[in-house]
Design a protein around this ligand. Structure first.
Ligand SMILES: Nc1ncnc2c1ncn2[C@@H]1O[C@H](COP(=O)(O)OP(=O)(O)O)[C@@H](O)[C@H]1O
Ligand SMILES: [Mg+2]
Length: 369
């Protein structure tokens, strides 16, 4: 005889792929009907047409199908009512609606802000690959795309779905094990967006307070390039971020260093280290190493700032091609030498991050933008 209790116990192993908690814990199991050796399970989705339906169905079949005595499993779907969504949101955030802005990041989550003196140095490519490498090492990782000028995380990480909203909480879409939020999810088409500071500011504030991030180890933020007002005010919103500065080997180190140090000191950010990108090129036929962009810029900048040079990432066409295909190189081609350089970076970076003091609220920026 199949017991309902056994079926419900098996359902504990069914994980909502976006919220990443058990459907039992989330109270999404609407009904369990048993008829001899046949079981029908009804799951309540947060929204109709939830993109994760097929995934949930497959998990229910697998886990309930493994219960002794069960010969067939049927899965039905239902949609949560507004009240149920509110209850779910409260369970996720631990706070009723309408209270003041609270960070939805756990106190232990460390914030890594990836910045650069200028655009085009590979900041976004490294953000995507570093985040994926941290996740491959077993960390829970979120990615925020805060580059107002050229949001690129949806493309580089292969996500075009918008986040699902559960009442007032946004559930970030997940790909390659990364939870992702991007300005790009909220604009139509591919065009440049006429967003100005204050709008970005509000959007980012929402990303930090109204997104169900769960228990992340790291939140990696792709910052806008440069050191303008937007970077400053973003830096102030982020809770105790550690700044990684991406540069190329020929960068004018002193100028970048002075500006970066200046922004960091104004915003309470700390420069944790420098990453040199496009360091060298290894010829695919003969293995000869050349330096198309010169040499030494990363070390020079690191010395200037008094921080470590955390890694040197080669110039590699595969990094660009895989990004264009929506799969980070570290995931697509783990044996690639450039992927290995990024994996080493993912070991070096955590070692230089500071522990957060655990502030729970969003700091209001001082700069007016
Ligand atoms: N190490 C690298 N080797 C080859 N191409 C790279 C590398 N890093 C970045 N790129 C390419 O250079 C361009 C700019 O990179 P991107 O990450 O978008 O820079 P940013 O975010 O700093 O503007 C992209 O086309 C990207 O694919
Ligand atoms: Mg970019």
């Amino acid at each position: 005889m199949v017991s309902e209790q056994d079926v419900r116990t098996a359902l504990v192993a069914v994980i909502d792929p976006e919220i990443r908690r058990s459907v039992v814990e989330l109270d999404m199991v609407r009904a369990v009907a048993i008829d001899g050796t046949s079981v029908e399970v009804t799951i309540a989705l947060t929204v109709p047409g939830c993109p994760m339906k097929a995934n949930l169905e497959q998990q229910v079949r697998e886990h309930v199908g493994a219960v002794e005595g069960v010969e067939s499993v049927a899965v039905a779907f239902d949609v949560m009512s507004a009240e149920q969504r509110t209850a779910l949101r409260q369970r996720l955030s631990g706070a009723p609606a309408g209270e003041e802005r609270k960070l939805s990041l756990e106190p232990a989550t460390r914030v890594i802000a990836v910045a650069s003196g200028k655009g085009g140095v590979g900041k976004s490519s490294l953000t995507a690959n570093l985040a994926a490498a941290l996740a491959l090492d077993g960390a829970e990782v979120g990615v925020v795309d805060a580059d107002i000028y050229g949001y690129s995380m949806p493309r580089m990480l292969g996500i075009s779905r918008r986040p699902v909203a559960v009442d007032q909480m946004m559930i970030p879409p997940v790909n390659h094990g990364l939870k992702i939020m991007s300005i790009g999810f909220f604009v139509d088409g591919d065009g440049a967006i006429p967003w100005r500071g204050p709008m970005l500011h509000r959007a980012l504030e929402q990303f930090l307070s109204d997104v169900h991030w769960g228990a992340l180890d790291y939140l990696v933020v792709d910052m806008p390039p440069g050191t303008g007002d937007i970077s400053i005010s973003l830096g102030q919103l982020l809770p105790e971020p550690d700044l990684l500065i991406v540069t190329t080997p020929q960068a004018a180190a002193q100028k970048v260093a002075r500006r970066a140090a200046d922004v960091a000191s104004k915003t309470g950010m700390r420069v944790a280290g420098v990453i040199e990108n496009m360091s060298h090129l290894v010829c695919s036929c003969c293995g000869e190493v050349t330096h198309p962009f010169g040499q030494g810029g990363g070390q020079e900048l690191a010395d200037e700032l008094g921080v470590p040079l955390l890694g040197q990432v080669p110039l590699d066409e595969r990094l660009r091609v895989t990004a264009d295909e929506g799969v980070p190189l570290v995931v697509a081609e783990p044996e690639n030498a450039t992927a290995k350089a990024v994996r080493e970076l993912a070991v070096a970076v955590p070692a230089v991050l500071r522990a957060r003091s655990g502030a729970e609220r969003i700091k209001k920026p001082l700069a007016v933008i």
